[in-house]
Design a binder for this molecule. Structure first.
Ligand SMILES: *Cc1c(COP(=O)(O)O)cnc(C)c1O
Length: 467
C-alpha cells in the first residue's frame, strides 16, 4: 500500500469509527449467531495476489461486523466492562504506526520513561504507597503469574529458578478468587493441589481466621506457605477480602501478599469509595486493569510491587546481544515480566489521563456507582426479585424468586429470564453461581451507559420475570 492510499483509508476508517461510536446502540449488543457462521464466510485459503482495500473493508463490514459482540454498547452489563475512549483509540493508532518494540530502554527511551511516570501517576491516583514501583503488563492474569513466580523465588531464596520446584510451596486464595489464580499456580509449578481455597463469609469475603488455620496446619505438615492472593472485587459478586487482617497474617508468617483488584482498582480513584483499599499498603504486589473500567482500550494492566529488585531478580536475563552501556542507569522492562517484546502501552494511558483529567475519571466512576444504586432501588421496589449479594460499587447480583420454588426450578426459571432479556439485543447481562444459587449479574461500566439503559434493563427484567 502506498502512503497516499494509507492516508485516504486512514481518514475513512477514523470517520467510520466516529460513526460507530455514535451509532453503536443500533447494533444488538450480542450477535445472534451459531458457531461456524463467520468461519463459513472466510475463504479456506489466503489470496495469491494482493486485494485492494475497498474490497477488504467491504468484507470487514459485511463478514466481520455481524459477528462482533459490542463491548462499547451502552447496554453492556455483562461480565465486567472493557471500556475504551476516543483518546485511547487515537493513541493506539499512533502506537501501531510507530511500531516500536519496547523491550529495553534503548529500543525506545520515551516508551520506557513514559511508562515509569504513568505508573507513578496511577499509583498515586489510587492511593498506593509511594514506595511502590509499577510496570504495565498485558493482563491481570500475567501480573498475577509474575507475583506467584516472584513469591516462589523469594520464599526459596531464588533457588527454584535454578533447581526447579520442590512441590512443598503453598498458595492461599478465597473460594471466590478469579480463575487466573489457579492458572498461574499451575504455570508457576506450585501444582493445583497446593492452591488452598479459603471459605468466604456472607459478603463473599475471605475469612481471615480460616486462612490462619490453614497456614498453621500446612506448617505442621511440613509445607511452606509462600503466597496469599487477596481479591478486591471478586468477579462473581464484587466481594472484598479484608486486607488489613490478611496482611497482618502474611506479616506474621512472612508470606507474600498479592492483591488482585483487576476491576475494582479503578474505584480507588475516588477517595470516598476507597474504603476497600484499607490494608492495600501491606501488599507486596498489586494489580488493577485500566483496560476494564478506566477508558483505556484492551490491553493494559497496571502491576505494582514493593520490592522491584525481587521482581527483576526473578525475571532478568543478560544475553550478550541485549547488553547496552546504559543498563545500570535505566529501567529495562523486559526484566519486569514474562515477555521480552513489549508494546508501547503507556501512550494510551497518557492520552486518557490527560484528556479526562483525574476529575473526569472520578466523575465516570461516581456516575457508574450512582447508576448501579438506581438499578438496585428498582429491584428493591419489586418483591418478586431478590438481591443475592451486598451491592458494592457497580455490580448487582439478583434473581427472580416469587417464593415457593425449589432451588433447581429457580435456576431454570432465571436462566430463561436471562435468555429473554438478552434476546432483546438492547442489553447484555451474564450470570454466575453464588453459594450454589444461580444469580444474574448486572455490571455497570460502559462509558456511555446512562439511566436510559438502566431503565431499559429493568423494563425487560420486570416484563419477562414470571413469563
Ligand atoms: C477480570 C479479572 C481478572 C482477569 O483479568 P485479565 O486482565 O483478563 O487477565 C482477574 N481477576 C479479577 C478479579 C478480574 O475481575
Amino acid at each position: 500500500m502506498d502512503n497516499e492510499t494509507f492516508r485516504r483509508y486512514g481518514h475513512e476508517f477514523v470517520d467510520w469509527l466516529a460513526d460507530y461510536f455514535e451509532n453503536v446502540e443500533k447494533y444488538p449488543v450480542k450477535p445472534g449467531l451459531t458457531p461456524g457462521d463467520i468461519l463459513s464466510k472466510i475463504p479456506l485459503s489466503p489470496p495469491k495476489t494482493g486485494e485492494d482495500m475497498d474490497h477488504i473493508f467491504k468484507d470487514f463490514k459485511e463478514v466481520i461486523m455481524p459477528g462482533i459482540t459490542h463491548w462499547q454498547h451502552p447496554g453492556w452489563f455483562a461480565y465486567f466492562p472493557a471500556n475504551n475512549s476516543p483518546p485511547s483509540v487515537l493513541a493506539e493508532m499512533l502506537t501501531a504506526g510507530l511500531g516500536a518494540q519496547c523491550m529495553i530502554w534503548q529500543t525506545s527511551p520515551a516508551a520506557a520513561e513514559l511508562e515509569e511516570r504513568m505508573m507513578e501517576w496511577l499509583r498515586d491516583m489510587i492511593g498506593l504507597p509511594s514506595g511502590m514501583a509499577g510496570v504495565i503488563q498485558d493482563t491481570a492474569s500475567t501480573a498475577t503469574l509474575c507475583a506467584l513466580l516472584t513469591a516462589r523465588e523469594v520464599k526459596t531464596d531464588f533457588r527454584t529458578n535454578e533447581e526447579g520446584n520442590s512441590g512443598d510451596l503453598r498458595v492461599y486464595a478465597s473460594a471466590e478468587t478469579h480463575s487466573s489464580i489457579e492458572k498461574g499456580v499451575k504455570i508457576a509449578g506450585y501444582g493445583k493441589e497446593n492452591l488452598v481455597y479459603i471459605d468466604t463469609d456472607e459478603n463473599f469475603a475471605m475469612i481471615p481466621s480460616l486462612l490462619e488455620e490453614a497456614i498453621d496446619i500446612d506448617i505442621k505438615n511440613g509445607k511452606i506457605p509462600a503466597c496469599v492472593v487477596g481479591t478486591l472485587g471478586t468477579t462473581s459478586s464484587m466481594g472484598m477480602d479484608p486486607l488489613e487482617e490478611i496482611g497482618s497474617i502474611c506479616q506474621k508468617y512472612n508470606i507474600w501478599l498479592h492483591v488482585d483488584a483487576a476491576y475494582a482498582g479503578t474505584a480507588a480513584l475516588v477517595t470516598e469509595f476507597r474504603g476497600f483499599m484499607k490494608g492495600a499498603e501491606m501488599a507486596d504486589s498489586f494489580v488493577f486493569n485500566p483496560h476494564k473500567w478506566m477508558l483505556t482500550n484492551f490491553d493494559c494492566s497496571a502491576y505494582f510491587v514493593k520490592d522491584a529488585a525481587a521482581l527483576i531478580r526473578t525475571f532478568e536475563i543478560h544475553p550478550e546481544y541485549l547488553k547496552t552501556t546504559t543498563d545500570h542507569k535505566v529501567k529495562n522492562y523486559r526484566d519486569w515480566g514474562i515477555q521480552l517484546g513489549r508494546r508501547f502501552r503507556a501512550l494510551k494511558l497518557w492520552f486518557v489521563i490527560r484528556s479526562y483529567g483525574l476529575e473526569g475519571l472520578q466523575q465516570m466512576v461516581k456516575n457508574h456507582v450512582n447508576l448501579t444504586r438506581q438499578f438496585r432501588e428498582l429491584l428493591e421496589s419489586d418483591t418478586r426479585l431478590e438481591i443475592l449479594a451486598p451491592v458494592q460499587l457497580t455490580l448487582v447480583c439478583f434473581r427472580y424468586n416469587p417464593g415457593g420454588m425449589a432451588e433447581e426450578t429457580l435456576s431454570e426459571v432465571n436462566r430463561k429470564l436471562l435468555e429473554k432479556v438478552n434476546a432483546s439485543g438492547e442489553v447484555f447481562l451474564t450470570h454466575t453461581s453464588l453459594k450454589g444459587r444461580y444469580a444474574i449479574r448486572l455490571s455497570v461500566g460502559q462509558r456511555n451507559t446512562g439511566i436510559g439503559q438502566i431503565n431499559k434493563a429493568w423494563e425487560l427484567i420486570s416484563q419477562h420475570a414470571g413469563d
